[in-house]
Design a protein around this ligand. Sequence first.
Ligand code: RP5
Length: 174
Amino acid sequence: MTDSNTPLVGIVMGSDSDWPKIKSATAALRQFDVPFEVRVMSAHRTPHTVAEYAASAETRGLQVIIAAAGGAAHLAGVVAAHTPLPVIGLPVPTADLGGLDSLLSTVQMPGDVPVASMAVGMGGPRNAGLFAVQILATADAQLRRRFADFKKSLTDKIAAKDAALQQQIADEAQ
Ligand code: RP5
């Protein structure tokens, strides 16, 4: 989508312990050749780093930020407080409360400071990457076409699964 390797998407996470749980976001970006960067920073442990990162993101060329955190997951909200760029919140599953803590503290933003929260686990990390692609695609016709082709491939894939299931059911009835 660009000749440049300058990152267009910034992925930040509250701890390196989040990385295994969210790294599929990067696979989605790679699938569409979107350059990205990944950083560890914490709204609570390194608040100044988060503020500096978010405040400088636009001038460094980033267009979307994905912010992942677990527990008292304030990272996405704090990033959104410091940048005009769209922020995608990615609540990370937790052992104690199953990620409901992460979800609520990511999604329940006050008015005027939006964060687009993805699901806890399941398709959340991949959807974060795909949603970042969709945001970029609003201003990139070629990327939009590639995303439309991807959507079409989902239709074909599910249709094939449905046909296979119908065949299996028919075979079992005999
Ligand atoms: C959050 O605290 C992080 O995003 C992580 O999900 C959680 C636990 O962090 P560690 O104690 O593993 O560093 O800020």
